[in-house]
Design a protein around this ligand. Structure first.
Ligand SMILES: *[C@@H]1O[C@H](CO)[C@@H](O)[C@H](O)[C@H]1NC(C)=O
Ligand SMILES: *[C@@H]1O[C@H](CO)[C@@H](O)[C@H](O)[C@H]1NC(C)=O
Ligand SMILES: *[C@@H]1O[C@H](CO)[C@@H](O)[C@H](O)[C@H]1NC(C)=O
Ligand SMILES: *[C@@H]1O[C@H](CO)[C@@H](O)[C@H](O)[C@H]1NC(C)=O
Ligand SMILES: *[C@@H]1O[C@H](CO)[C@@H](O)[C@H](O)[C@H]1NC(C)=O
Ligand SMILES: *[C@@H]1O[C@H](CO)[C@@H](O)[C@H](O)[C@H]1NC(C)=O
Ligand SMILES: *[C@@H]1O[C@H](CO)[C@@H](O)[C@H](O)[C@H]1NC(C)=O
Ligand SMILES: *[C@@H]1O[C@H](CO)[C@@H](O)[C@H](O)[C@H]1NC(C)=O
Ligand SMILES: *[C@@H]1O[C@H](CO)[C@@H](O)[C@H](O)[C@H]1NC(C)=O
Length: 437
């Protein structure tokens, strides 16, 4: 009997309903934008943008994802965070103070700011750009210009140009826009590059308009986008539970709205949930001002697991994927149980701006472990466990209209019993009974 890593992959329980027939086209209207993984501070967004400049904590493994693109004619080259939370697209202008001060490859994203006067296709709009990025307010002009990304051209991409004093980095928002801002996803539909405002996201790429079946295990499970009370529209679904080694944490608190934010390094959850999770650890510290705790590394085993439950989908990972190690050196496996102080990368959601995003904020530590599909037209998110084995691409297009995500299953109410861990433990019990008999 082996309860090893083989079953520690996308565990999907419950009966599967509404399975769709896959449709594969010869030339699907999809395209991929490769992502660049970059270390960021473990601080929350508004601070990381500033601390980024000289972030040197080599003991941490926190990151966010950039993409390359050009804007203007002749093309000016930029990098921008591809962001699931937020509804705008903006670039720092050439007069932005960071771009003026640090004209070396390690600052202002290495390329300087956007200079509208060198672009023959730039159009300044009458409308002013004003945007609150998690507490940092940016102001500037809106322009339209020619954008090129992942080999696709958008002739009239509307972009906010952040002016002199603003400090946040370039962003291309993937979600819903608002009355003034267009998201990249919507702009690509408007430009005819994709048929439906939908994209897949995994740790290497954004695939607009399609699903790459080679990049996940099991099947996709589909969930409706929900409104948090008092929260603005975002890529947010309900989560039905978190457990450690199959033991549910604060189950009465669930379901809880959970928002996807791949620009935040850690995952944030309500106090009751984090306290229930950390009750498995020894010598847990008082949370710091960012809601993060320390504990004794020796109190967790390398085989401990953590499960996230969405309807009848249970995503199980090693708990060590959510544990950082306070030490001068990072060993190959990320942490070592022989060393003293560890910290948990699921923290209490104490920051006011973060609370405005959602009750649970799923950061890159969670998002890099999953394959996700965001279907903006139908207001649905599909999830599966990321497959990190290298297999040939199998790309299918996401159709416009209902049930557009190929191969996805609508998730019904929780079934709760599909856990491979439970099955495995039951098999162990049966095997032991057989031995004693
Ligand atoms: C992004 O651009 C840089 C500089 O041109 C290049 O070195 C890098 O390979 C590009 N990365 C991707 C993923 O396209
Ligand atoms: C970053 O750190 C280096 C070395 O400590 C220092 O020389 C440089 O001025 C710092 N840059 C910024 C923007 O603080
Ligand atoms: C922007 O481009 C114009 C025209 O090429 C140039 O004269 C100006 O110096 C540039 N601005 C900055 C701040 O580099
Ligand atoms: C769009 O969203 C941003 C960020 O939440 C906000 O600052 C801006 O005021 C919004 N614009 C409109 C027109 O609602
Ligand atoms: C996940 O997919 C890979 C490649 O297709 C395969 O090798 C692996 O066995 C799968 N794992 C599970 C649990 O299905
Ligand atoms: C979410 O709230 C918006 C208004 O803020 C409303 O138009 C929409 O119908 C709501 N969606 C759901 C699923 O309740
Ligand atoms: C966690 O441990 C580190 C190093 O031992 C220490 O610097 C830090 O203050 C601790 N944090 C808390 C919240 O106790
Ligand atoms: C808790 O901390 C004490 C003092 O550092 C240590 O002796 C003990 O082993 C720790 N407990 C665990 C379970 O690691
Ligand atoms: C979790 O399960 C693993 C593997 O069965 C075991 O080694 C570990 O002690 C358990 N941890 C806790 C906190 O129960």
């Amino acid at each position: 009997m082996r309860c090893g890593s083989a079953w520690l992959l996308g565990l999907a329980g419950g009966a599967l309903s509404n399975a769709l027939v896959l449709e594969k086209r010869n030339n699907p209207a999809v395209f991929e934008v490769p992502l660049i993984k970059e270390h960021i501070s473990n601080q929350i967004a508004k601070r990381s943008d500033f601390l980024n400049i000289n972030f040197t904590d080599k003991a941490s493994d926190f990151y966010a994802y950039y993409a390359n693109f050009t804007f203007g004619s002749p093309p000016q080259t930029f990098k921008a965070y591809m962001q699931t939370y937020g509804n705008g697209c903006w670039l720092r202008g050439v007069n932005n103070w960071e771009c003026e001060l640090y004209k070396d490859p390690s600052s202002c994203d290495g390329y300087g700011g956007y200079n509208r006067s060198t672009s023959t296709t730039a159009k300044k709009l009458d409308e002013k750009f004003s945007y609150d990025d998690n507490g940092v307010t940016m102001n500037g002009d809106f322009v339209t210009d020619v954008m090129s990304i992942g080999g696709v051209k958008v002739d009239n991409m509307k972009m906010g140009i952040a002016g002199r004093d603003d400090v946040t980095s370039n962003r291309l928002s993937l979600g819903y826009g608002n009355a003034s801002s267009t998201s990249l996803t919507q702009a690509l539909v408007d430009a005819g590059a994709i048929n439906s405002p939908a994209f897949s996201l995994w740790s290497e790429s954004v695939l607009f308009g399609g699903v790459n079946k080679a990049k996940y295990n099991g099947s996709l499970h589909t969930f409706p986008i929900v409104n948090g009370s008092d929260l603005s529209k975002a890529l947010r679904i309900n989560m039905d539970g978190i457990s450690i080694n199959g033991t549910a944490a604060a189950s009465s608190a669930f379901p809880i709205d959970a928002v996807f934010d791949n620009h935040i390094a850690m995952t944030y959850a309500p106090k009751s949930v984090v306290e229930a999770l950390t009750s498995h650890f020894a010598n847990v510290s008082v949370p710091d001002e960012l809601g993060q705790v320390n504990f004794s590394c020796s109190s967790v085993s390398e085989y401990d697991t953590i499960e996230f439950k969405f309807g009848d989908l249970e995503l199980q990972f090693y708990l060590s994927d959510f544990i950082g190690h306070r030490s001068d050196e990072l060993d190959g496996s990320g942490y070592s149980i022989d060393d003293d102080t560890c910290y948990f990368t699921i923290a209490e959601n104490v920051d006011e701006d973060l609370q405005k995003q959602g009750s649970i904020v799923l950061g890159t530590n969670f998002m890099s472990l999953i394959y996700s599909v965001f279907d903006l037209e139908n207001g649905e998110v599909s999830l599966a466990k990321r497959n990190s084995f290298i297999v040939p691409d199998d790309i299918v297009e996401i159709k416009s209209g209902k049930n557009g995500v190929p191969g996805a299953k609508k998730s019904s109410a929780s079934s709760g019993v599909g856990s491979g861990l439970v099955t495995c433990l039951m098999l162990v019990v049966v095997a032991m009974l057989n031995l004693t008999l």
